[in-house]
Design a binder for this molecule. Structure first.
Ligand SMILES: Cc1ncc(COP(=O)(O)O)c(C=O)c1O
Length: 495
């Protein structure tokens, strides 16, 4: 296909009944857009024919204005690549000064943002944006992703799409995909659901956002696990809710401790299959206590079941939602762990009587999910690739997990306590006598992505250690990565 050189025209207000010539108006319009920084160096300029059509004038004044801008060095033109804003213009000229930098003294007070936003933790250090490296907890085994199969499904869908495929989709998500997910959840996770209860969302993060909008008002108290999932905390903070950290012990969230701290919480967020980050599985008695508390108190439970496909010891645990007889649980699942995070596809299982409320809230948020990859994923599941992928990755992740445990035991011996090894794609190590935050910064320079355990705590009783992801670290890379970690810990201790 021939590459068409094209560009977007800046806003130029051309007035036909004025003494200023059309040529002058076009010329000044462009010069101003460049000097104000709205057009940047190297940016493509539309052809004279296209601009003349857009402005509803003849081509001649546009040709003359372009010639002048070329002559003065605002534009440059290269054969084959069209006309662009001159690359030799100094950056300073073509970059707008941020308004914040211009604001001085009292003026700054006018640049107010919400308190909720100020309370959010920064997203800058998100480790996935820093690249591949050992132990990155947000990365899955990309080498296991069945790329050829996925690509062929993408191609098939691209070939068979019609103009009407680009209409708005169902705000709940594509029916076929919701049916496939409901079938999967009933069989594999013991979730009681039908397709009409499933809502497709862009990952569990958006699932949590929609759920919060439906169940909570600003100021409402919410129990969260201590230590717990930091990104979830952000959703509640952003909605103006009051987060109440409830300790996690060997049986999972301590319900009695939660009741003592704030018995009237409206919502609790739990990861019962594989507590994040400690890896504990919630005991049956705690599950029943939690369901009873929710029913007696008129509260809701949000179950985040983010990586339960992977269980290495014993039988897979069924979902908390499957135990619930009172429809008090909103279940959240995601394809970020079991498939790939870039898809940004997850789902909610909504209590039947709340479906309309969830739909209205979702509609207010983004109208609905993008349709293309939903259709691809529906076929991926229907044709058996999803089940095959889970079977295959269970073996691979078990090997990576075993290699990590063996190497930690060899290198650290009794210096380290290893926790949460039964499931998922990460484990925790508890290391006393170090500052985990400091060490994680140092480790990043060595391409080791360690998430400090202390950062998952809201209260003061934080333990020091790291969450180590093993999904993306190959078995053969494990000894060197653990050796590096051992050296760093030793250096820190001796310092
Ligand atoms: C506790 C927990 N929930 C959910 C997710 C997945 O989030 P998302 O579906 O928004 O990618 C993760 C990913 O690391 C997680 O650790």
């Amino acid at each position: 296909m021939k590459k068409v050189a094209s560009g977007i025209a800046p806003v130029i207000q051309v007035q036909k009944r004025t003494s200023k010539s059309l040529y002058r108006q076009v010329y000044e319009g462009y010069r101003k857009a460049i000097v104000d920084g709205n057009l940047r160096t190297g940016q493509r300029i539309p052809s004279t024919r296209v601009l003349a059509l857009e402005l509803g004038i003849s081509r001649m004044p546009v040709l003359n204005a372009y010639a002048q801008l070329l002559a003065e060095g605002y534009f440059e033109s290269r054969v084959g690549s069209g006309t662009v804003v001159s690359k030799s213009l100094p950056e300073r000229t073509t970059h707008t000064v941020p308004a914040a930098a211009r604001a001085k003294g009292g003026n700054r007070n006018r640049r107010r943002v919400s308190k909720r936003c100020l309370n959010l933790s920064s997203a800058r250090g998100f480790s996935s944006s820093r690249g591949m490296g050992a132990f990155n907890v947000s990365q899955i085994g990309f080498d296991c992703f069945p790329l050829a199969v996925w690509n062929s499904l993408v191609t098939r869908h691209a070939r068979t799409s019609r103009a009407t495929s680009f209409d708005y989709g169902d705000p709940m998500g594509l029916r076929e995909l919701r049916q496939r997910i409901a079938e999967y959840l009933r069989i594999a996770r013991g979730v009681r659901c039908d397709a009409q209860q499933i809502m497709i969302v862009s990952g569990s993060q958006q699932g949590l956002e929609v759920t919060t909008r439906v169940l909570l008002d600003p100021g409402d108290p919410v129990w969260i696990e201590e230590p717990g999932y930091r990104f979830a905390r952000n959703v509640f903070t952003c909605s103006g809710c009051v987060v109440v950290p409830v300790p996690v012990d060997a049986e999972g969230l301590d319900v009695a401790a939660g009741v003592k701290r704030c018995g009237g919480a409206r919502v609790v967020l739990v990861t019962p299959s594989h507590q994040y980050p400690l890896g504990v599985t919630m005991s049956a008695s705690r599950r029943l206590q939690l369901l009873d508390w929710a029913e007696n108190n008129g509260s809701w439970i949000i179950e985040d079941d983010y990586d339960s496909e992977y269980r290495y010891e014993g039988m897979p645990v069924t979902s908390l939602q499957g135990l619930d007889r009172n429809s008090r649980v909103v279940y959240i699942g995601t394809f970020s762990k079991v498939l790939v995070p870039s898809l940004r596809l997850g789902y909610l299982v909504i209590p039947e009587d709340l479906v309309e409320r969830f739909l209205a809230s979702r509609f207010a948020l983004d109208i609905g999910p993008p349709t293309f990859h939903q259709a691809v994923l529906a076929d991926f599941i229907a044709e058996g690739h999803f089940a095959r992928h889970i079977r295959r990755t269970r073996v691979v992740y078990a090997e990576r997990r075993n290699a990590l445990i063996e190497n930690l035991q060899d290198q650290f011996g009794s210096l380290v306590e290893i926790a949460g090894v039964e499931a998922g794609m990460h484990l925790s190590i508890i290391l006393n006598g170090i500052s985990d935050r400091e060490l994680s910064v140092r480790a990043a320079q060595e391409n080791l992505w360690l998430v400090p355990l202390s950062s998952f705590y809201l209260g003061k009783t934080a333990r020091q250690g790291f969450i180590l992801g093993f999904g993306s670290t190959l078995v053969q890379e494990m000894p060197a990565a653990v050796r590096k970690l051992r050296t760093l810990v030793a250096l820190k201790r001796n310092a």
